[in-house]
Design a protein around this ligand. Structure first.
Ligand SMILES: Nc1ncnc2c1ncn2[C@@H]1O[C@H](COP(=O)(O)OP(=O)(O)OP(=O)(O)O)[C@@H](O)[C@H]1O
Length: 350
């Protein structure tokens, strides 16, 4: 295990913000993404791990060693910041060789290792360039090479892609995960961008108001969020409060929804979750004669109040009174209503 947080609690002096009783591990070669709304405690977690402050309770271990009282510079962590933080007066090669110089590595070896690191991030041609002459994406590649050149115990990525434009971000995601996996190093990625977290991470930790709500593999987190806060934060979600009527029906503001409620007590207050891609557009209202078709189960008819063309898919809202159902589909025709297959309805605690 490379990184371990055990019952870690940190409160800022005013007692309001911080982290409460955080537990998780990151294995060698694993990338853990930490996501959560603004002010949830993501930066606090990184600052504690990096050694800028110590927890008031609990224990942080790196490679099996308790980090209490160990200064930031002795923690052997490679850090990549949103702002790149390159030294402007040094060439690209000098920037990358600098951590080796601090560690008193001989000059020839420094240069050789820095060149190799540059090659790995696809910038072998930029050795003598000054950082200011590089694009944002190139500067972040230099920052990544500099963070990894001395073979740190773990890699901390603090919003590494937020300053880059969307087209570059996808490419950088792939590069970072490729390099992190090749180096077989534990990494923690802090990000606002849930798509980044889901696509890059082996596991994702969701924090909210200083607490860890769920830690799971991306698909598991998306399919089985523990509660509505996680469901709403990870991906798009239709969330409807309801009451369990019987083992296969929940009463909501939309009406009765057929779903598998066998594990819930009759009368329990719950929240139903349906992802937009599980909402099926229905072209015309099913007639009474069609009574037995799949449309008649969880069929909802309403007014199309929003229709957004997103390229590959279209995201639309159907209003039933003051309730909204959001669907996503590649279908471009008229939507008269929607149907939701019972096995696509997840039941969450309310
Ligand atoms: N130096 C500080 N003194 C007092 N409170 C602080 C300090 N730094 C952060 N906080 C509070 O601690 C909480 C967590 O802050 P933190 O910066 O870790 O959140 P975050 O998830 O990184 O937010 P963002 O996504 O906006 O960067 C917030 O309520 C914040 O106001």
């Amino acid at each position: 295990m490379t990184i371990r947080f055990e019952n870690v609690t940190y409160r800022y002096a005013d007692g309001k913000g911080g982290l409460t009783d955080i537990n998780f591990d990151v294995k060698t070669g694993e990338l853990l993404a930490v996501i959560g709304p603004s002010g949830s405690g993501k930066s606090t977690l990184l600052k504690l791990l990096a050694g800028f402050m110590d927890p008031q309770q609990g224990r942080i271990e790196i490679s099996g060693r308790d980090m209490k009282g160990v200064a930031a510079r002795h923690r052997d962590l490679g850090i990549v910041f949103q702002s790149y933080a390159l030294f402007p007066h040094m060439t690209v090669l000098e920037n990358i060789a600098y951590p080796l110089q601090l560690r008193r590595v001989a000059r020839d070896e420094r240069i050789e290792r820095a060149r190799k690191a540059l090659q790995e991030v696809g910038l072998a041609h930029a050795v003598d360039r000054m950082p200011a002459t590089l694009s944002g994406g190139q500067q972040q590649r230099v920052a990544l090479a500099r963070a990894l050149v001395y073979q740190p115990k773990a890699l901390l990525l603090d919003e590494p892609l937020s300053a880059l434009d969307a087209s570059l971000r996808g490419e950088m995601r792939d590069l970072i995960t490729h390099i992190q996996r090749t180096a077989n190093i534990a990494a923690i990625l802090v990000t606002h961008d849930q798509e980044e977290a889901l696509s890059m991470a082996d596991r994702v930790a969701v924090i909210h108001e200083g607490s860890l709500l769920q830690l799971a593999a991306p698909r598991d987190l998306y399919d089985n969020p523990v509660d509505k806060t996680v469901a709403a934060f990870v991906g798009k979600a239709n969330l409807w409060p309801g009451k369990v009527l019987c083992p296969n029906r929940v009463l909501t503001e939309l009406g009765e929804v057929v779903c598998n409620a066998e594990d819930w007590q009759v009368g329990a207050s719950v929240t139903l979750l349906v992802r937009p891609e599980a909402v099926m557009p229905v072209i015309s209202e099913p007639s009474a004669a069609e009574g037995g078709t799949h449309h008649s189960v969880n069929y909802f008819q309403g007014d199309l109040v929003q229709d957004r063309f997103l390229g590959a898919v279209r995201r639309y809202d159907i209003a039933l009174g003051d309730q909204i159902i959001t669907g996503e589909t590649g279908y471009r025709g008229t939507v008269a209503g929607v149907s939701i297959a019972p096995d696509q309805v997840r039941i969450l605690r309310s």
